[in-house]
Ligand binder design. Structure first.
Ligand code: IMP
Length: 195
């Protein structure tokens, strides 16, 4: 913690609307999420690890806003692909790929393989303007579906069936159902405990 005072406001480093909505729901009324200031350029996520990328994003916004900032970085690790795409999850189908291009490629690469185990991993991190930081990790194990199902959520939600669910993909669940068991829900819940 920075100064022993309870943290009630964090600047949110992400601009992804799907993620912002999730983070806001997970934090609830305990912590107010302020929008990322205008003028912070895109952060190149080239640290090579989820922790490093989360740090790059949160630190850039903390410096620009002169206030503590929160960021998260997530990756999907597929057993049959030896843990790939991992830190490259956002660009699995190429730089600037859309969500649909990414999950379409994943389904194509796996084909009808029976071994479809995977896990989402999230690092949630707060960085203060002076460089101090706190972070927590959350994971969610599951299976890659054989075909896309559901319309909610974002990213790979429509092809990920969490083990702690009832067979539906994340994209077939309500936001509250996903948040209760998701990697991001778990990472932010753990981070709030640390704060
Ligand atoms: P990042 O954390 O924004 O870097 O996300 C990395 C990649 O994982 C992007 O392709 C996201 O769409 C995807 N991703 C992150 N979190 C989730 C999630 O909760 N569900 C599905 N896809 C996700």
């Amino acid at each position: 913690m920075s100064d022993g005072a309870p943290l009630s406001r964090l600047v949110c480093a992400t601009t992804n609307a799907g993620k912002i909505a999730e983070i806001r729901n997970i934090l609830g009324s305990r912590i107010e999420l302020l929008p990322r200031p205008d003028g912070v350029g895109d952060v190149v996520e080239d640290a090579g690890s989820l922790v490093g990328n989360a740090r790059l994003k949160a630190a850039a916004v903390a410096r620009a806003a002169d206030a503590p900032a929160v960021a998260d970085d997530s990756g999907l690790e597929v057993d049959a692909l030896d843990g790939a795409p991992g830190v490259d999850t956002a660009s699995f189908a190429g730089e600037g790929a859309t969500d649909a291009e990414n999950w379409t490629k994943l389904l194509a690469v796996l084909g009808e393989r029976p071994d479809r185990g995977a896990r989402f991993r999230t690092i949630a991190m707060v960085v203060w303007p002076d460089g101090r930081e706190l972070f927590a990790e959350g994971t969610c194990t599951g299976q890659i579906a054989r075909r896309q199902r559901g319309t909610r959520g974002f990213g790979y939600d429509s092809v990920f069936v969490p083990d702690d669910g009832d067979g539906r993909t994340f994209a077939e669940m309500s936001a509250a159902e996903k948040d209760a068991i998701s990697h991001r829900g778990r990472a932010f819940a753990a981070l709030v405990e640390l704060l």
